[in-house]
Design a protein around this ligand. Structure first.
Ligand SMILES: Cc1ncc(COP(=O)(O)O)c(C=O)c1O
Length: 407
């Protein structure tokens, strides 16, 4: 089937696809990444948290409690806005972070990925402009793309988007999507002063901001600066998630919506799935209501910090001269730029053959990808396996560079 609205050959199939399906191409990268599941491949490609961090016992206890105390309510249809006590909890957490976040503007979503999808539906028309970082989260590009927008890639440096590039965005840009903390894929953090500059530039350009923050609690050196939404509350829509601090299988996230957007986001949420699983919402509320995350999240930080350090050491030891990276101060990823002459996508099959996989960075660009970049996750392998995987990667790159010089 093709991604076109033209009638297909009726002798073959009665189905017609909407034109927007042309924007839903399976990525080459996803196809290649299937290879990473082959036995013997040490995968640095995953975007998953470590399953070792999932609080199984706390979930078990909370499940028993919810089923004992409110079984019928938990299993019934529920409000589209979300479970009221959970919305109150989110409101309190976000208010403490400096955001204007009354509970009646909290919308519980089925993961923050659903939030991105709803935002795309509510705010993008075919041909309208959405600004994104260079590079940005692949899943956001996928969520926005079916609405047929035009992407404006905002230039950046190690401190995030450049304020001048934000100020130069065209009027009418529907929003700029920004990941201030331990960005997926680069791991970068936008420093405090740059956040103020971005807000001032966005205000000048008349472009509102969508702030996505699934990694903010996963800091290993120091907590990140105050959220962007605390600096411009009417002009920022904030997304949060329980995926990285509890478990992604719960599919639980939230949005703090500026007042004028709330009714439409709520209606599109109703149309999408009526509500986020009420059972999961009650379960998570039961787990977190008495400060569980204050003890749990530091254990995740300790684990990931050790793995981050192992990858930093391994990269230093094994990557060929001309490689570039910065150790992230939080999150789950290193962003590596291979030496000139290396194409991360072209080299992936060789790397997989050598027993290591990564995500080629080109997947994370709306346009003009940097072919030398790759994203390496450090959270799912042990320090010893990280060392092994990075040494294999280094060997593949060195062998490639040696043949390139010889040729
Ligand atoms: C930047 C970013 N936003 C959103 C998501 C989606 O998270 P969730 O599990 O809450 O849908 C991810 C998942 O990896 C992510 O990296």
């Amino acid at each position: 089937m093709t991604g076109s609205s033209a009638p297909s050959d009726s002798t073959k199939s009665p189905w017609h696809l909407a034109a927007r399906c042309a924007r839903m191409n399976p990525s080459v990268i996803r196809e290649i990444l299937k290879l990473t599941e082959l036995p013997g491949v040490r995968s640095l490609a995953g975007g998953l948290p470590s399953a070792e961090t999932f609080p199984v016992e706390a979930m078990r206890e909370a499940t028993a409690k919810v089923l004992a105390e409110n079984p019928r309510e938990a299993l019934q249809y529920a409000a589209s806005e979300g479970f009221a006590p959970l919305r109150e909890w989110v409101s309190a957490k976000m208010t403490a972070a400096g955001i204007d976040a009354p509970a009646d503007r909290v919308l519980i979503t089925s993961g923050s990925q659903q939030g991105l999808d709803l935002i795309g539906k509510v705010m993008l028309d075919a041909g309208s402009t959405v600004a994104v970082e260079t590079p940005t989260y692949l899943g956001a590009l996928q969520a926005f793309n079916p609405n047929e927008p035009r992407f404006a890639s905002v230039a950046g440096d190690n401190d995030g988007p450049l304020p001048d590039a934000v100020a130069a965005l065209e009027r009418g840009t529907r929003f700029m999507y920004v990941l201030p903390n331990f960005q997926n894929p680069t791991g970068r953090v936008i420093p405090d002063a740059r956040r103020d500059e971005i807000v001032a530039a966005a205000q000048r350009a008349g472009v509102p901001l969508v702030e996505d923050n699934p990694y903010g609690d996963l800091w290993y050196d120091q907590a990140p600066p105050k959220p962007i939404a605390s600096r411009w509350s009417e002009g920022t829509l904030y997304l949060g998630s329980f995926s990285k601090v509890l478990a992604p299988g719960l599919r639980l996230g939230y949005m703090i919506c500026p007042k004028p957007l709330y009714p439409k986001l709520l209606q599109s949420k109703q149309a999408a799935d009526l509500h986020t699983a009420g059972f999961n919402q009650r379960l998570v509320y039961e787990v977190i209501r008495n400060g569980f995350l204050d003890q749990h999240v530091p254990t995740i930080r300790d684990r990931y910090r050790t793995q981050r350090d192992a990858m930093a050491t391994a990269l230093k030891a094994h990557m060929p001269a001309g490689s570039e990276w910065q150790a992230p101060s939080g999150g789950m990823f290193f962003w590596v730029r291979m030496p000139a002459g290396c194409d991360a996508l072209a080299l992936l099959p060789k790397a997989v053959e050598a027993g290591v996989a990564y995500v080629p960075g080109s997947a994370f660009y709306a346009d003009q990808p940097d072919a030398r970049t790759a994203r390496l996750s450090f959270v799912t392998l042990s320090p010893a396996d990280i060392e092994d995987a990075v040494s294999r990667l280094g060997a593949v790159l060195k062998a490639h560079l040696a043949t390139a010089v010889a040729a």
